[in-house]
Design a protein around this ligand. Structure first.
Ligand SMILES: Cc1ncc(COP(=O)(O)O)c(C=O)c1O
Length: 488
């Protein structure tokens, strides 16, 4: 591990101007890269925002926002009177890999300007919306079938005969190219179309990885509490699951012994499923270091990072994967609608070839029409506009639920994990009976999903995973009122 030292005098050059990269993004990269490269080490003090704003010739407020983002991501801590200190601990193996693989290419991160449109009228598709408070469900109200059909139609009209039978097994190039652009601009991942494989979603991607990597009896490290559907995929592959607990920095690997024959770890760094914790920078680097030592792969499930309500989505773990250990799995089934069944894998080259070979054997599963329709959707402003509109609507729904509970059942619960995604965690007060609440809620047509259903070895206080995304605003208000009454 690197040793910290006091170095407020360190000179941080601002990366050169690149087209489409804002000053704020460049300032963020300058500090983050200095930490990741070891120029600034754990406990080092950063220059003040005033000094940096003068040195870089940018507004102090902009530098302030950059510091806030770095703090949120766990790279620095800020204390009144002591300034801003580097808190991320960078393993030596990571520093070595960064030095080995540095190419000198400018980072192509970019901030996004997304056009604003009003959310469509609620209630038009009432029959399709979910039951309150079912979790893990996107709203079917936010994309009109006619809008999706228009993209499909345009794509079909432009389709060339060879695309009807000659699409590459790894997926239509035009779609992979759009996804690669999206990942570069919005998730900080420098990748190209050739490195991507189209699947029908995250679970499908994970199943493919499991088949390529695991033999019966192999150990797989998973989060506890975690996403039960993925745990079942590993169990079906004959794996032995090692459960790593979650604390307020994300997955804690200390209990998973280095000597364990563990070939794979599965994590949700952006918004831990289900607790909602953001994995800190130190934990991200520890995890990468662990994978390097173990010669293991890490699956990064990035299921809902588009929906972050307190800041721009955090860069993916994959964006700092200099040792090529991370298999990044993304999906459009949350961002668009759950029956779309379109996702993708970005795997390190060795694994990419293994998955592709498996793909050839078992056949492809996503139709070319959907792939080309989605590429058409992503090409123009409509996709980013849809994400922006959905984020705003989900935030509104979350606020309705939180405000209603706060007004009508104060002191009867505690909330966590509400800064992102489709659900939050509602912790009960000690005098409440979890099972009775589930039964009472069911009588009222509400579905409360106990957190314990996502726990394997860990014992957590009673809580519910409360989904709010697949509701109309009226439903969110009424069902939150009903829940508040039950909590009383
Ligand atoms: C943590 C997590 N990963 C993956 C998924 C499923 O993704 P997909 O439908 O693309 O398989 C979900 C669904 O909500 C999820 O909660």
């Amino acid at each position: 591990m690197s040793k910290g030292k006091f170095s407020s005098g360190v000179d941080l050059p601002l990366p050169v101007n690149a087209p489409g990269v804002t000053k704020q993004e460049r300032a963020y990269q300058a500090i983050r890269d200095a930490i990741l490269n070891g120029l600034l080490q754990a406990s080092d003090r950063l220059p003040s925002t005033r000094v940096l704003s003068q040195r870089w010739g940018i507004a102090r407020g902009t530098v302030e926002s950059v510091f806030e983002r770095l703090q949120l991501e766990g790279y620095i801590t800020r204390k009144v009177g002591s300034g801003s200190l580097v808190s991320a601990v960078i393993p030596d193996s990571y520093l070595k890999a960064v030095t080995d693989t540095r190419t000198g290419e400018p980072d192509r991160n970019e901030s996004v300007e997304i056009e604003e449109t009003p959310v469509r009228q609620e209630g038009r598709y009432r029959a399709q919306v979910g039951v309150p408070f079912v979790a893990r469900l996107a709203s079917p109200l936010l994309i009109a079938p006619a809008e999706w059909a228009a993209h499909l139609q345009r794509a079909m009209a432009a389709m060339k005969p060879e695309q009807m039978c000659d699409v590459e097994p790894q997926g239509a190039w035009v779609l992979r190219d759009q996804i690669a652009q999206y990942l570069r601009k919005h998730r900080g991942i420098d990748c190209r179309a050739e490195q991507l494989l189209i699947t029908n979603g995250i679970r499908h991607s994970i199943d493919l990885v499991a088949r390529c990597v695991l033999k019966p009896g192999d150990d797989v490290c998973v989060e506890d509490p975690g996403y039960p559907a993925v745990h079942r995929i590993f169990e079906k592959a004959g794996a032995n699951l090692l459960y790593a607990p979650i604390d307020n920095e994300g997955i804690d690997l200390h209990g998973i012994s280095d000597s364990a024959e563990c070939r794979l770890a599965y994590v949700t760094p952006a918004h831990q499923s289900p607790l909602g914790v953001i994995m800190s920078a130190t934990r991200r680097l520890e995890l990468l270091d662990w994978a390097q030592r173990q010669n293991a792969w890490i699956i990064e499930d990035d299921y809902d990072s588009e929906f972050n309500y307190q800041s721009a989505p955090l860069p993916a773990l994959k964006s700092i994967d200099s040792m090529k250990r991370v298999v990044y799995c993304g999906s459009f089934n949350q961002a668009l609608f759950s029956n779309l069944r379109l996702g993708y894998i970005l795997a390190p080259p060795e694994l990419h070839h293994r998955i592709l070979a498996l793909w050839h054997t078992i056949g492809r599963s996503v139709g070319v029409s959907e792939q080309l329709g989605l590429a058409e959707f992503m090409r123009g402003p409509a996709f980013l506009r849809h994400l922006r509109r959905s984020r705003q609507e989900y935030q509104t729904l979350r606020d309705i639920v939180l405000d209603t509970l706060m007004a009508e059942a104060p002191g009867r619960y505690r909330i966590s994990g509400e800064h992102a995604g489709f659900h939050l965690i509602l912790w009960l007060s000690p005098d409440q009976d979890e099972d009775a609440l589930v039964r009472e809620a069911e009588r009222l047509g509400l579905m409360l999903q106990p957190l314990r259903n996502s726990c394997r070895e860990i014992d957590l206080p009673p809580a519910f995973v409360l989904g709010f995304a697949a509701l109309t605003r009226a439903q969110a208000r009424n069902s939150a009122r009903q829940l508040a009454r039950l909590l009383h």
